[in-house]
Design a protein around this ligand. Structure first.
Ligand SMILES: [Zn+2]
Length: 86
């Protein structure tokens, strides 16, 4: 879910976080029925970033892993709505 966005920055809420990583649903890329990454609307695609075993609420700036749009500064917020996977 996009929390904030302008021409240069985007902030997205993390869906879940585990000991290893957290993930968010990408607003730019999707998967088609064969599992290929596409830019048109399709099935949700997720990007994962390392969590460093830190479950606390915070905002992390990370380099985007997105193949479709990685031009904006990416911020991922881990908040009370982020599911904890222990
Ligand atoms: Zn993406």
């Amino acid at each position: 879910m996009i929390l904030d966005e302008d021409d240069n920055n985007i902030k997205i809420q993390a869906l879940s976080i585990s000991k290893v990583n957290f993930k968010y649903e990408c607003p730019y890329c999707f998967r088609n029925s064969k599992g290929r990454i596409i830019s048109k609307k399709g099935k949700a695609n997720y990007h994962y970033h390392g969590s460093n075993e830190d479950y606390t609420n915070r905002t992390e700036r990370r380099s985007s892993h997105c193949l479709i749009n990685n031009k904006k500064n990416l911020y991922i917020e881990i908040n009370d709505d982020t599911m904890r996977e222990y």
